[in-house]
Design a protein around this ligand. Structure first.
Ligand SMILES: *[C@@H]1O[C@H](CO)[C@@H](O)[C@H](O)[C@H]1NC(C)=O
Ligand SMILES: *[C@@H]1O[C@H](CO)[C@@H](O)[C@H](O)[C@H]1NC(C)=O
Ligand SMILES: *[C@@H]1O[C@H](CO)[C@@H](O)[C@H](O)[C@H]1NC(C)=O
Ligand SMILES: *[C@@H]1O[C@H](CO)[C@@H](O)[C@H](O)[C@H]1NC(C)=O
Ligand SMILES: *[C@@H]1O[C@H](CO)[C@@H](O)[C@H](O)[C@H]1NC(C)=O
Ligand SMILES: *[C@@H]1O[C@H](CO)[C@@H](O)[C@H](O)[C@H]1NC(C)=O
Ligand SMILES: *[C@@H]1O[C@H](CO)[C@@H](O)[C@H](O)[C@H]1NC(C)=O
Ligand SMILES: *[C@@H]1O[C@H](CO)[C@@H](O)[C@H](O)[C@H]1NC(C)=O
Ligand SMILES: *[C@@H]1O[C@H](CO)[C@@H](O)[C@H](O)[C@H]1NC(C)=O
Ligand SMILES: *[C@@H]1O[C@H](CO)[C@@H](O)[C@H](O)[C@H]1NC(C)=O
Ligand SMILES: *[C@@H]1O[C@H](CO)[C@@H](O)[C@H](O)[C@H]1NC(C)=O
Ligand SMILES: *[C@@H]1O[C@H](CO)[C@@H](O)[C@H](O)[C@H]1NC(C)=O
Length: 427
């Protein structure tokens, strides 16, 4: 018995994980008596934060939920953090229709710099917040006042890995990308002369329609290129992917000429790099999905072939990559599904699985967070001002574990946008 307990003292974690698997463990003691040890399920810890923006035209704010280690989200325990800027809406027939910004990346978090940035599409500004205590990332504070975005309708933002540079995409009358230094003391500092316009885009502030509008920006993993997507108007007036090479200072240099999707695709929206390949996976409002082979595209006479996905009758507009499944998880807002896609070395795409997110919801932005060794896909549900949590244990096995409502907070389902997370520690 003493042997048993000294073992316990040395290796408490090992026993705990054993207990989590076996409801009732009966241990034989040397005396011949047996000791029953009850199931000891560890209480979930607060392990991180999940953020979205209210994107309210009369005053934008960040909502920060608390993430529990079992994947649950708590919204009841936090305040909201005004950005000192205003949200906005792409004009449409219904000004209250959800997905106001029609972009991916309205919020970005830098793990290394411990800051959060967001766009104020109605004020043409960008706000930076301090995550000053990484063990309580739901408590953030605005650093200085918002700064100008040097364009109209800013809608997507990203950091470099070090977190010392930020890139902001404007989608309005004056479009393009602006670069900033990131300072935890003074906020975002625009770098003079760093902004670049996108050719062949003509929009207004706010855009009258999401057609022909810049959508998202993606910095490549090796930080040598920054790409932006522009949605299309029609097959005859298609959208494209373009971008710039990044120079040694992290600023934009030579333009990467536009690459157009092959018909029937014409409207690139959310996109990401395909790991370990020189390719981009791009959702297309009009028919699902396409893959751009960038090796082919580097030939100035080639646009890079698009490979149609097998996804007719969907409205896929967001995607995120899961390290654990090695797959992309796409949000189909029309059918309320999460669709899991594998891209193989020949850049062919295969639908692995499709799961219904809810009976009645409007799934929009998504974000994947690794909580204590398990990945969760979070999906902003505009209709219910909620976040849906999906556990990603294995490839092809996305499982909805809950929906967490933020409706007690001053949020409006027609406005809310963006989704990002900060995890306090990895284990
Ligand atoms: C974190 O994961 C470890 C190892 O899988 C496990 O033993 C522990 O109970 C988990 N902690 C929480 C709070 O879930
Ligand atoms: C935000 O909107 C309010 C109400 O419309 C307006 O009074 C205020 O000036 C705006 N603020 C900014 C920073 O644009
Ligand atoms: C996480 O733990 C809390 C507290 O024990 C519980 O209320 C909640 O249902 C759990 N969530 C999941 C997804 O198991
Ligand atoms: C609220 O958050 C604090 C940490 O900021 C935590 O200590 C407390 O347990 C939480 N309360 C509830 C009811 O979740
Ligand atoms: C942000 O937080 C850090 C601690 O992580 C602190 O050193 C810094 O002064 C804070 N910045 C502001 C403007 O409060
Ligand atoms: C939140 O962080 C600020 C510093 O940024 C600190 O003054 C305040 O006490 C913190 N609030 C809570 C509830 O921890
Ligand atoms: C941005 O940071 C770089 C590197 O620290 C520095 O050389 C440059 O002067 C900064 N620019 C501005 C506008 O602060
Ligand atoms: C603008 O688009 C047209 C086709 O729609 C194309 O021929 C032209 O090269 C584009 N210009 C630039 C600068 O991308
Ligand atoms: C990508 O394009 C290059 C250049 O045309 C070609 O050699 C390569 O085979 C293509 N890759 C795939 C996976 O199709
Ligand atoms: C890639 O996927 C396609 C379609 O599923 C399949 O036909 C092809 O054999 C795969 N190629 C490789 C190298 O796995
Ligand atoms: C795989 O992609 C190639 C283009 O790279 C295409 O020619 C081929 O038809 C695709 N195969 C399948 C099964 O989709
Ligand atoms: C899929 O997930 C469910 C629930 O999370 C689990 O019971 C099942 O064993 C998993 N299947 C595989 C093949 O991972």
């Amino acid at each position: 018995m003493s042997t048993l307990f000294s073992h316990l003292r040395r290796k408490p974690i090992g026993l705990l994980s054993l207990l989590l698997q076996i409801p009732l463990l009966t241990l034989a003691a040397p005396s011949g008596h047996s000791i029953a040890v009850r199931l000891a399920v560890e209480e979930p810890r607060l392990i991180g934060a999940l953020y979205f923006t209210t994107n309210d035209p009369s005053g934008n704010a960040i909502v920060a939920g608390q993430l529990q280690s079992n994947g649950s989200v708590i919204f009841s325990n936090i305040t909201i953090y005004p950005t000192q800027g205003n949200g906005s809406h792409v004009k449409s027939t219904d000004p209250h229709s959800p997905d106001a910004l029609r972009s991916q990346g309205a919020i970005a978090v830098s793990k290394s710099a411990q800051v959060l940035a967001t766009v104020n599409a109605g004020s043409n500004t960008v706000s930076l917040f301090n995550i000053s205590d990484p063990s309580a990332p739901w408590n953030i504070s605005l650093i200085n006042q918002p700064v100008g975005s040097f364009g109209g309708f800013p809608l997507s933002i990203t950091f470099n890995k070090m977190g010392n540079l930020a890139y902001v995409l404007n989608g309005g009358a004056t479009n393009g990308v602006t670069c900033y230094n990131v300072s935890k003391e003074s906020g975002l500092i625009p770098i003079a002369g760093s902004d670049r316009k996108i050719s062949n885009v003509s929009q207004t502030d706010p855009p009258t329609t999401a057609k022909g509008m810049p959508n998202q920006l993606v910095l490549t993993e090796d930080e040598t290129k920054l790409f932006v997507s522009v949605s299309g108007v029609s097959e005859d007036d298609p959208g494209f992917i373009t971008g710039w090479l990044i120079d040694a200072d992290g600023l934009l240099s030579d333009v990467i000429p536009p690459m157009y999707p092959a018909a029937p695709g014409y409207s690139p929206s959310s996109f990401a790099e395909v790991p370990k390949t020189n390719a981009l996976i791009v959702t297309d409002h009009t028919f699902g999905l396409e893959v751009f082979n960038l090796t082919a595209a580097s030939d100035p006479n080639s646009c890079g072939p698009a490979i149609p996905g097998a996804m007719a009758n969907t409205n896929v507009s967001r995607l995120s990559f899961s390290e654990r499944t090695g797959n992309f998880h796409l949000i189909d807002s029309k059918n309320r599904d999460v669709i899991e896609i594998t891209v193989n070395y020949t850049l062919n795409t295969t639908v692995m699985n499709s799961s219904r997110l809810c009976k009645s919801c409007t799934p929009l932005d998504s974000n994947i967070a690794d909580l204590n060794g398990t990945e969760y896909l979070y999906v902003l549900d505009a209709k219910n001002t909620a976040v849906i949590a999906v556990q990603l244990l294995n490839p092809g096995n996305a499982t909805v574990i809950g929906s967490y409502n933020a409706s007690g907070l001053p949020t409006n389902s027609g406005n809310i946008q963006g989704l990002a997370s900060f995890i306090s520690r990895s284990s």
